[in-house]
Design a protein around this ligand. Sequence first.
Ligand SMILES: Cc1ncc(COP(=O)(O)O)c(C=O)c1O
Length: 370
Amino acid sequence: MRATQAVVHIDRFRKNIALVQEKVGACRLLAPVKADAYGHGAAPLARAALDAGCFYLAVATVSEGAELRDAGVDAPVLLLSLPLPEELDAVVSLDITPLVGDAEFAELLARAAKGRRLPVHLKIDVGMSRLGCRPEDAVTLARFVDSRPQLEITGTATHLEVSDSLDTGDVEYTLRQIEKFQNAVESIKRSGINPGVVHAAASGGVLQRPEAYFDMARPGILLYGYAPSPALNNFPVEPVMELKSNVVFIKRIKKGESVSYGRTWTAAKDTVVGTIPVGYGDGLPRLVSNKHSVLIRGKRYPLVGRICMDQCVVDLGRDSDIEKIERWEEVTVFGAKPALSAEDIAVAVGTIPYEITCNVNKRVPRVYQP
Ligand SMILES: Cc1ncc(COP(=O)(O)O)c(C=O)c1O
């Protein structure tokens, strides 16, 4: 197996689920395993989530749902994004639960369901403006769906776009959104329709808004070991993925010599550099060039020069220091929080840890540690 590997710590994933479950109490958990479980591997993480007590799974595409079914996962799977009409036969045959936010889509689903009864979740939009009906249209939609014998409302959902913010305005906005959603759910109930499992909170809501717990929460990034925003970093989850590699080559360079494409880094003194076979083709963003360190024997060493597609270079320091670092030694690129996390990389390049773990390429083998 190649040097660069994504070690996926299933034990940490289970621990994170237990911490989140403790936080939300009786509220049940849906584990989002979309985008290949945020880069960790959908089927193994889905199985681990269900073993750890999660009630539902969620994917973004029909093919992600098919992957779970092919792997023998028979738990309820919620489809968070809208499929095309030609994908609806597969939605029905795979028994995936779509979100429904408009009558046209509900009608297409009812036709695709033919003789079967397909579970669906109503989606109510309280401000994200992405999917779902307006709260004032929720009862009309619920009645429409309820009147179709091929469809069964098994849940009702919304999504809160600033629940991870500490800003007072955002907190007030989120509370108003929750109230609107709650009112819509109540009016569905008053119309005699069962809204099923009611859910609204993702990781931000789990950490900050117990008002949004309802029957089920959908935390993704927290289960994978990161906070949804740096402001919420004090919840003690641990990164599940550790991106590791090895130093495959070591060489001495002289003061004034440069490293990698573009000559963006020049040695200020004689030093020793090591080559690591991980690059942007593996998911280490090129924008991190000259801005990130790696961990060798628990100590940080800076990446120097441009990150290449398949390799990068680390400054191992002056001769006196590097006597200790040897060729073939193990390197952690990220995943050892708080020493070095995907969030450090995310902050360095102006993104979020979600994108860093999702972007770890398929060519990086996932190694599962129970
Ligand atoms: C509808 C929905 N619910 C839940 C989640 C999980 O979000 P997070 O990873 O921030 O907890 C997402 C993520 O994109 C989402 O789109």
